[in-house]
Every structure is written in C-alpha cells, then in structure tokens.
Design a binder for this molecule. Structure first.
Ligand SMILES: C[S@@+](CC[C@H](N)C(=O)[O-])C[C@H]1O[C@@H](n2cnc3c(N)ncnc32)[C@H](O)[C@@H]1O
Length: 232
C-alpha cells in the first residue's frame, strides 16, 4: 500500500482484522486490483481529496518548523510553510523529518532534491542557505506545488518534471526521499559529493555503487542514510 499510495492511506481496526483503504480514482482502483488481485470499492462524498487538510499539523525539526498556511510559526523557528495540494510532503512523515534533520547538519552548497513532492525539502534547504536548489519529480502536481510553495516562502527553487530514470544535473548535495528501488537506481542518475537518502524501512540497507556509507538515522521504523561519493 505504501508503494501504491505513498501520499497516504487509511488503516482501520475491524473485528475481522485491519482494513486498509485508499481514497483514489478509477486508475488507483485498477492499481489495487493489479497488485492485490482484488479490492472492495465504495463511492465517497465529493471533496475527499482535500479532507486530509484537517490532519495537517505543524512539526518542529531542530531549527525548522514545517506547517500549513493556517498555523502560526513560533518566532524562534525557520518556518517552512507548506500547502502540499495533492503532492506528498506536509513534513509530518518520518522520512521527511529525517531528511530535514540531516540538511541542518550539512554545509550549505548546491542542492538537488530528487522526488520533491510539495517542495518541503527544497524550501527548507534554500532557507538554510543551500543554493542553487533544483527540485525534480515525476509527477506534474509536485512541480506545481513546489513552484507555488517556494514562491509563498520567498525562496528561489528551480522545479522540473523529469522521467523516472532520467540522468539529472550534478550538485554538491543530493537529497532523495523516494522508494528503495528508486534510491538504488540513483548512482546511474546523479553526480553528487554527498547523497542523503530516505523513503524505506529501517530493515532495508540500500547499496549504492560508487558511494561510501557515512551514517544512518532512524525514526518510527523508517531510515535515512548519508553517503559520500567514492570519487577522489
Ligand atoms: C515520498 S515523496 C517525498 C516528498 C518530499 N521530498 C518529502 O520529503 O516529503 C516521493 C516523491 O518522489 C517522486 N518520485 C517517485 N519516484 C521518482 C523518481 N524515480 N524520480 C523522481 N521523483 C520520483 C514522487 O512523485 C513523490 O512526489
């Protein structure tokens, strides 16, 4: 379900077991059938796409605060105001928080954000002094959300739609909060001195050709790793 609906799904305890529900359209229902060989569908009232907004709560990660436009950031925080629209990235997911923490531990330099979603990591990086910041994603709504959110936060982020296997422009630091499979394909796509990865469970250990593992952090069963290029 996480792979099919990374933007979120519902988990409900029922007497007969746990029920997993995705709020989706016909294409999403087809993906469920293709993957699980079956699913029970029911029509829901209009507006479900935006109901998640009620659950969009601010998070604090070190100096950074990430929250929706309708909340007030604390005065001592570096505020990242995010309205994700239909894109992933309210800041609340453990993998996003792990990346936000790591960005604060790195020396600001040029940055490539692979799988930008709402643009939360790109905007945080720009506020932390990373420049230039290039955000890429395979989904058009993510590019639109990143452009809108960067503008609302008064930072400059170049956002581009890319193919899932496309070779990407080089940067000193690359951050990628994507699936394990996409993380493991990164050495073919990127040229970066430092690579921050996340998007997988702590049980996974991505092996990246041409990179040395530097350190790992975990939160709520999710992991994030820092790699350094093995190139001299
Ligand atoms: C888990 S979300 C991360 C969003 C945001 N960066 C964050 O940390 O909250 C992953 C994003 O990566 C995008 N994505 C998935 N596979 C990708 C690939 N191969 N190349 C670029 N983007 C990809 C998805 O469309 C999605 O927006």
């Amino acid at each position: 379900m996480l792979e099919l609906f990374p933007e979120g799904f519902e988990e409900v305890d029922r007497p007969e077991g746990v029920e997993l529900a995705a709020y989706t359209d016909a294409a999403g229902e087809e993906r469920l059938w293709a993957f699980f060989g079956g699913a029970r569908g029911a029509d829901v009232a209009g507006g479900w796409e935006d109901k998640w907004r009620a659950f969009h709560r601010p998070v604090r990660v070190g100096r950074l605060w990430v929250g929706p436009p309708w909340e007030t950031p604390p005065a001592d925080a570096l505020a990242v105001v995010v309205d994700p629209g239909r894109a992933f990235g309210t800041g609340s997911h453990a993998t996003t928080q792990l990346c936000l923490q790591t960005l604060q531990e790195l020396e600001p330099a040029s940055l490539l954000d692979v799988g930008c979603g709402s643009g939360v990591l790109s905007i945080a990086a720009a506020l932390l002094g990373f420049s230039p910041v290039l955000a890429v994603d395979v989904e058009e709504p993510s590019i639109a959300a990143t452009i809108d959110n960067a503008r609302a936060n008064g930072v400059h982020v170049d956002a581009r739609l890319v193919g899932g296997d496309e070779v990407l422009p080089s940067a000193s630091v690359a951050v990628a909060n994507i699936s394990l499979e996409s993380v493991e394909a990164l050495p073919r796509r990127i040229d970066a001195q430092t690579l921050v990865t996340s998007g997988y469970f702590a049980s996974a250990q991505p092996a990246l050709a041409g990179f040395e593992h530097v350190r790992r952090a975990t939160l709520d069963g999710w992991a994030s790793d820092v790699f350094r290029s093995a190139k001299p």
